[in-house]
Write a protein that binds this ligand. Sequence first.
Ligand SMILES: [Mg+2]
Length: 295
Amino acid sequence: MEYDDRLRQAQRTKYDCLLFDLDDTLYPLNSGLAAACRKNIEDYMDQKLGIEKSKISEMCNLLYKTYGTTMAGLRTIGYDFNYNDYHSFVHGRLPYEKLKPDPVLRNLLLSLPLRKVIFTNADRVHAAIVLGKLGLEDCFEGVICFETLNPMDNNNVSSDEGVDSMCGGSVSTTTGSESFDIFGHFAQPNAGSQLPKTPILCKPSEDAIEQALRIANIDPTRTIFFDDSVRNIESGKRIGLNTVLVGTSQRTKGADFALESIHNIREALPELWEVEEKSEVRYSGEIAIETSVRA
Ligand SMILES: [Mg+2]
């Protein structure tokens, strides 16, 4: 038995899941979507929330840096809006026609003998449109999105459901309140000490990443996390994920690998494709025993 255990251990592959961010990770930053998204967010802050135009750009940066997404920041400091309304305004008008089918990436993904899951802060509709435009809609086991981590209406979404059904509906209308003075707060010498806590779960919060891993039943130590955001990668690393920073060849703190493009995945991580070949050789060749390769 001891021998079997050792063999089983040796046959255990290092990774069994790949967790991918969506925007600016599965398609390049220069596609134009990110810039358009930023413009739409600023327009929303102006047209829907009535925020003073001269403050919008700086507030947008500050909230994004502090709370993970501008939306989470706006909600946290007291702005009253409907999440679906925000998403349809910000994402619904994006120039999706700029995204083209990517058969190279599609073939790479389909040839990988591992679980593949999307983890995005964006909403379900946006994720579906982007994956459709890229021609990748059938390359993933499931999508963890805004609605997955923030199921506001308890509408058939709970934390113990399978990942396939994790993008349930979500509507939320918050009640109005005095908005927190984020500029005034950061002007104080001890800024950061008494910030209001966000009610929205999103990357790079470690709680959000851990919740996503629980929902998709993912073991971080056996998973590779791909994201274009340095801070998301840092958080992922802190909770035990293997990490790949996408969009640059410069590795940063917390990144095990760095890829200029997701297309370089095979050159950087050829072992991902060797998983089954090696296992099969061992299993059917040298020693014949009744042991599951993917035990
Ligand atoms: Mg991204």
